[in-house]
Unconditional design. Structure first.
Length: 530
C-alpha cells in the first residue's frame, strides 16, 4: 500500500524538455495506491498508470489528480478505480482514462463520476461502472467539438439507476458500440453523437428511464439514432418524459428516432433528414400516449415514410414541415392533429391513415384527423393524395374552428393529386354510431383554400365514401359535403405560428381527452387557448 498524504506528490514520468521521460507504474496483486486529502498524483506526458489483477487506485476528496496530454490512467482486468472525490483533471486533448474489459470504476455514494479539462474517457467492451447511490455519470467539455468519450468496438456503455448528464462534447462510436440508460434521468446538451466506424448500433437507448432530455444535439451515422422504450409517467409532477429540442438527425443508416411504449414525447425545432432513398422511416413510434412534434422538419425519405405512428393516442404537429417523402405521415389506429401552420407537402402521399380496423376486428371507434383547430394546417402539393384515409373521422371545417370569429384561419388543401380520398366501412357495426355522428349529416369542410378559382369538385378535390359492401370498392358517396365559403385567394401565411400559441378556442375530442387524463398528466390535456 502506498499513501500519498497531505502535501505529498507522486509523479510518473517528467515534463522536462526536451526529453519528457516516460514513466509507467503498474499496480498488481491486490496492491493499493491511495491519494489522500491534500495529496497529488501527476501522470506526465506519454506516461501511464496501470491498475489490474485486484489492485486499486483510490482517490479521496481534496486530492489532486493531473493527467497531462497523452498521459493515461488504465483500468485493466481486475483493477479498480475507486473515487471518493471528484478531483481528476485531464489536462490535454489526448489525456484519457482507459476502461478495459474487466476493469471497474466505482464511486462512493454521492460522488459523481466526472473529470475536468480537455481529455476523454475511452470505454471498452466489458468495462464496469459501479456508481454509488445518488452518484451521477457526468461528462462535460468546453464546447461541442471537445472529445469527451469514445465507445470502442462491441461495447455497450450501460448506466443503471444513476443519472446521466452530458454537456458540451463529442462522443465517438466504433463497430457495434452503443450507450444505454436504465431507470434514471438522462440529460444531453450540445452533444455530438457520431458513428465513425459505419457500424455502430444506436447513439443512445433510453429503457425504463424516468426522464430523457436531448437539447442541441447532433446524431450522425448509426443504425438507429435514438431508441426510446418503456418510459412511463412516474409521479404527479409529470414532466415531459422525453424532450428532444434543436437536434439534428442526419446520415442514419436506419430510423432516426424509435419509440415504443412511451407516455409523452415533446419534440421541438428538430431536423430529421434521410441519408438516402433506401431508409424506410425517419421516426417510428408505437404505443405513445401524447406525441407533440413542433417546428421541426422531416424530409427526403423518398422511398419511405417521414413519420410512422401506431397506437398513438394523440399526435400533434404544430408548425414545421414533412416534405419530399414517399409518405409524409403514416398513421394506424392513432389520432392526429395538424395545427399552427404545420405543413405536409411535396410527398407522394401527404398522410396515409388507417383508423379503426387496423390490426383489429370491428374496433369500436374511428380515428380522428383534425386539421386547423388551432391555427391552420397546410396539406399541399402531394402527388397522389393529400390524405388517403380509411375509417377516420375528419374535422377540417375552418368556420367551425373559428367559433364565430370574423376571420377564420384558412387551411390549404391545394396542389394535391386529390386533397382527400377517404373511406369509412359501414359494414363494421361497432363503429356505426361514430359514422352517424361524424358523417350522418354530411361533412363540413367550409372556409378552406382548395384551388385558385371555382368550387372544390368531388372526384377531383375530394372523395368521401362508404365502403359499399364486403369485397366492394369504396364507391358509396357520403353526402352532402358542405365546402361553402371556400377561399379563392391563396393564403401566404398563418397568423398563429410558433413560438406564439393560438388563442382560438375549440372543442377537443372527448374520448381522447378522457383517455389522456386516465393515462397521463392533467397538463397533457390542452387547455382552451393553449
Amino acid at each position: 500500500m502506498i499513501n500519498v498524504n497531505n502535501g505529498g506528490l507522486l509523479e510518473i514520468g517528467d515534463d522536462n524538455s526536451p526529453t519528457n521521460n516516460k514513466g509507467v507504474l503498474e499496480l498488481l496483486d491486490d496492491s493499493k495506491l491511495i491519494i489522500k486529502n491534500g495529496g497529488t498524483l501527476t501522470i506526465n506526458e506519454n506516461s501511464k498508470i496501470y491498475i489490474r489483477d485486484g489492485a486499486t487506485l483510490e482517490i479521496r476528496n481534496g486530492s489532486t489528480i493531473n493527467v497531462e496530454d497523452y498521459g493515461e490512467i488504465i483500468v485493466a482486468d481486475g483493477g479498480k478505480l475507486l473515487l471518493k472525490g471528484e478531483t481528476i483533471n485531464l489536462n490535454g486533448d489526448n489525456a484519457r482514462i482507459d476502461i478495459q474489459n474487466g476493469g471497474k470504476v466505482q464511486t462512493a455514494d454521492g460522488i459523481d463520476f466526472t473529470f475536468t479539462g480537455e481529455g476523454y474517457i475511452n470505454y471498452n467492451e466489458g468495462g464496469i461502472f459501479q456508481l454509488g447511490t445518488g452518484s451521477v455519470f457526468r461528462l462535460e467539455g468546453a464546447d461541442i467539438d471537445d472529445h469527451i468519450l469514445s465507445i470502442r468496438a462491441n461495447a455497450n456503455l450501460n448506466i443503471d439507476d444513476n443519472d446521466v448528464e452530458l454537456t458540451n462534447g463529442h462522443i465517438y462510436y466504433y463497430d457495434d458500440a452503443s450507450f444505454t440508460s436504465h431507470h434514471n434521468n438522462v440529460t444531453a446538451t450540445q452533444i455530438n453523437f457520431e458513428d465513425i466506424s459505419g457500424y455502430a448500433s444506436y447513439a443512445y437507448k433510453c429503457s425504463g428511464t424516468k426522464e430523457a432530455i436531448f437539447d442541441y444535439c447532433t446524431f450522425s451515422g448509426f443504425d438507429n439514432g435514438l431508441l426510446l422504450e418503456n418510459i412511463a409517467v412516474t409521479d404527479i409532477t409529470c414532466p415531459a418524459e422525453v424532450s428532444i429540442e434543436h437536434c439534428d438527425f442526419t446520415d442514419q443508416r436506419g430510423t432516426s428516432i424509435d419509440a415504443y411504449s412511451v407516455s409523452r414525447i415533446d419534440g421541438n425545432a428538430n431536423d430529421v433528414i434521410a441519408k438516402n432513398a433506401s431508409i424506410p422511416y425517419g421516426i417510428f413510434a408505437v404505443d405513445v400516449t401524447d406525441f407533440q412534434w413542433r417546428g421541426s422538419t422531416v424530409e427526403d425519405y423518398t422511398s419511405g415514410t417521414g413519420i410512422y405512428i401506431e397506437d398513438v393516442l394523440k399526435f400533434t404537429m404544430k408548425a414545421g414541415t414533412i416534405d419530399n417523402n414517399e409518405t409524409g405521415l403514416e398513421s394506424y389506429h392513432s389520432n392526429v392533429f395538424i395545427q399552427n401552420k404545420a405543413t405536409i407537402r411535396d410527398n407522394n402521399y401527404g398522410i396515409y391513415m388507417d383508423g379503426a380496423n387496423y390490426s383489429e376486428t370491428d374496433a369500436d371507434e374511428l380515428s380522428n384527423l383534425v386539421i386547423g383547430d388551432e391555427g391552420c394546417g397546410w396539406i399541399i402539393n402531394n402527388t397522389t393524395a393529400g390524405v388517403k384515409g380509411w375509417d377516420i373521422a375528419l374535422d377540417i371545417d375552418a368556420i367551425e374552428h373559428a367559433l364565430g370569429d370574423e376571420f377564420p384561419l384558412i387551411n390549404r388543401f391545394d396542389g394535391n393529386g386529390i386533397a382527400f380520398d377517404v373511406c369509412v366501412d359501414d359494414n363494421n357495426t361497432a363503429i356505426a354510431d361514430d359514422i352517424d355522428l361524424y358523417y350522418g349529416d354530411g361533412l363540413l369542410a367550409r372556409g378552406n383554400y382548395w384551388k385558385s378559382s371555382g368550387t372544390p369538385t368531388e372526384g377531383v378535390d375530394f372523395e368521401f365514401n362508404y365502403k359499399g359492401g364486403i369485397g366492394h370498392s369504396c364507391d358509396v358517396a357520403i353526402s352532402p359535403v358542405d365546402i361553402s365559403d371556400y377561399e379563392t385567394t391563396q393564403p401566404s401565411t398563418c397568423s398563429c405560428t410558433l413560438p406564439f400559441l393560438c388563442t382560438v378556442e375549440h372543442d377537443d375530442i372527448e374520448d381522447v381527452l378522457l383517455r389522456l387524463a386516465d393515462n397521463s398528466c392533467d397538463e397533457t390535456i390542452p387547455e382552451q387557448g393553449n
